[in-house]
Write a protein that binds this ligand. Structure first.
Ligand SMILES: Nc1ncnc2c1ncn2[C@@H]1O[C@H](COP(=O)(O)OP(=O)(O)OP(=O)(O)O)[C@@H](O)[C@H]1O
Length: 311
């Protein structure tokens, strides 16, 4: 995990606005199949989701990335279909997190970081002339490895924190509805509905991660990027977050970096295997439907990796 892919929680443990993956007010001026998960009960659909757009497809085309003169990704091309979960797998240091950060323009926040290529969100390049960084961030949310709620802020206020930072003003009633909807979609509502005024930091790690998912959902992203969202969680919490990902998938396109191959097999429909061989920049060796990538990989390196022979 790299400096910025980590939640960059500061010494006092408080996330910055960038860490929660939403733009600031000043930025925008205005506002193989593993066992399938059981008990994946869809939360009651929330009838009206004002402002919600359908999930969007993401298309990375020939994306290269550098830190200074160090090239870490070489011409990565990957289609991440709308309404599906795409898992990015591969050994440490092959560029998965860097690639993820190019998908919502977080890469460019790192000093000396540069990139080439295109990232199309429903056909429009998020790096195109005139496209604002903040639009990309609002439409493409992010959840980090380490849960990073605002620890002293209430559960309720954590969910709507993104709205405040984007300068969106909504009525109290609308906010109440949004909090319930997003906590429901994140699979947390039933556990916290009687203690919405308690601090977010008082929740368990798994609950905090689902709170972060709810917070990301509140700004109505069309894509949700997740950078090893379960790596700091115990197996039970991991399972609950995985269920949440499955529940969300038809409403939000999900791209998830994971080191856990069983997790990739459980939650994703598409999978891409990244590799950086002997000091060369990272790239995709093979990608495609997850059952095929795990069940009948075409490249020997993929077969070795998914069989656990390296990495
Ligand atoms: N902020 C940074 N400054 C300089 N180099 C970086 C930075 N972040 C990442 N790198 C380098 O870029 C390469 C890819 O790192 P990245 O974190 O994207 O890989 P990864 O596959 O996500 O690894 P992991 O699975 O360990 O998180 C590595 O060589 C890493 O050292």
């Amino acid at each position: 995990m790299t400096d910025i892919a980590a939640p960059a929680v500061t010494d006092i443990g408080v996330p910055t606005v960038t860490d929660i993956g939403v733009p600031t007010v000043s930025d925008i001026g205005v506002p193989a199949a593993a066992e399938p998960l059981k008990d994946t009960v869809k939360q009651p659909a929330v009838a009206a989701r004002p402002g919600a757009l359908p999930p969007a497809g993401l298309d990375a085309r020939a994306v290269s990335a550098w830190f200074g003169s160090h090239k870490v990704l070489d011409r990565v091309t990957l289609a991440m279909p709308a309404g599906e979960v795409t898992a990015l797998i591969g050994p440490s240091g092959c560029g998965k997190s860097t690639f993820l950060r190019t998908l919502n323009r977080m890469h460019e926040l790192i000093p000396a970081a540069t990139l080439a290529g295109e990232v199309l969100l429903d056909g429009e390049d998020i790096y195109g002339t005139g496209r604002r960084l903040t639009d990309a961030r609002r439409q493409i949310g992010m959840v980090f490895q380490k849960p990073n709620p605002f620890p002293t802020m209430s559960i309720y206020d954590n969910v709507v924190a993104g709205l405040q930072f984007t300068g969106v003003r909504v009525s109290r009633r609308t906010k109440d509805d949004l909090v319930e909807e997003c906590l429901n979609r994140a699979g947390l509502w039933k556990e916290v509905r009687d203690r919405l005024r308690q601090p977010g930091g008082a929740l368990s790690g798994g609950q905090q991660q689902r709170l972060c998912i709810a917070r990301a959902l509140a700004v109505r992203p069309r894509v949700l990027l997740m950078d090893e969202p379960c790596s700091a969680l115990d197996p039970t919490s991991t399972r609950r977050v995985e269920e949440t990902i499955l529940e969300l998938a038809s409403e939000v396109t999900v791209v998830i970096v994971t080191h856990n191959m069983q997790q990739a097999a459980r939650v994703s429909q598409q999978c891409a295997f990244f590799l950086a061989e002997q000091g060369t920049p990272g790239g995709i060796v093979e990608h495609g439907p997850t059952p095929a990538l795990f069940g009948s990989p075409q490249d020997e390196r993929t077969a070795d990796y998914v069989a656990g022979r390296f990495g």
